[in-house]
Design a binder for this molecule. Sequence first.
Ligand code: SAM
Length: 351
Amino acid sequence: MTSPQVTNVFSSKSDVAYHELRRLILTGALPAGSRLAQYELAENLGMSITPLREAIRKLSSENLVDLDTHRNVYVARIGATEARKLFEVRLLLEAIHARYGFDLRDYSLSSMRRRARAALARSGLRHLGELQHHILCDPSSFPQVLDDLTVRVTEMFRDPSFYRLFCQRVLPILRTYPLLKLWHGGCSSGEEAYASAILLEEAGLYDRAQIYATDLNPAVLEQARQGVYSAERFAVFAENYARYGGGSALSVYGTMAYDQVALRDALKRNILFFQHDLVSDHVFGEMNVIFCRNVFIYFTPQLRERVLRKFAQSLCPGGFLCLGGGERLPAASGLPFSEFAREERIYRYEG
Ligand SMILES: C[S@@+](CC[C@H](N)C(=O)[O-])C[C@H]1O[C@@H](n2cnc3c(N)ncnc32)[C@H](O)[C@@H]1O
């Protein structure tokens, strides 16, 4: 292996290893399945194991390399063609960050790749490079691309067992506070925030509550503010509500017109919808509950941890953090949360 010519350009040894290994994969010099002994590689690059491991961690979060800890070797995960495609996705995300400030660069690359393909198919363009050029030059094309890259799937009372447990175990604690602040981070088109409003209303707590419901994507927030859903989807919400054990029929909270249900204004009175980026915006404080459900699944572990630290700053002592079905706090992360209801991914801030 040739030694890199770029050493002094990069700020750290781990950067050198990262760029060099990535270059070797992108050029095909390291085909998929290639194995590199870590001590030998460190020697070749003229560095110790620690910065090399740091570089591998980064490459592994980009799906390029794995560490086979058993044998102390690194294994290239994909070949050059595949690596170039992932690289194009990264360039697209870089362009979005530079041009519009939305930082999707630390989202799970495999999921971003799928979403980027969908965005490309919808645009009618042939290559991600063209899509990148298009959004750089034509801002009017960007909202659709952002919408394609982010996943907006949501439901009211999604996961009824979560809501049942929330009512049985969290609401009695919230009842002891004179004022309540709840934050739905990544609220999509509002269903989850309206479900919270209904829970609080039925528990007689809504008048003392303020719900902040935020999302990165302005298009979903517009829908959220309107609170109008198709009758077909509303039927699914009503089924979820019945399964959780809701106090009445969900239909009392909406008015049916043609094939749509408009939620009643009374339900909207204490909800504030606004744009907020969990990755790059500051958090706002003293929340009793943060819901961030089905958002972390799209983040790399490193990004999850960064956002979790922000949530710790935002919660009041003993405040609750609610994650989605497939999401857990990283083990042994040193984050200041304790498990409150493991089965429904509810945690408490131990501040
Ligand atoms: C799959 S939806 C989940 C909606 C809802 N929380 C639920 O569980 O039903 C994910 C939402 O997170 C939003 N999102 C993704 N990245 C975000 C970020 N960095 N900041 C704020 N919202 C984000 C997306 O726009 C999308 O609306």
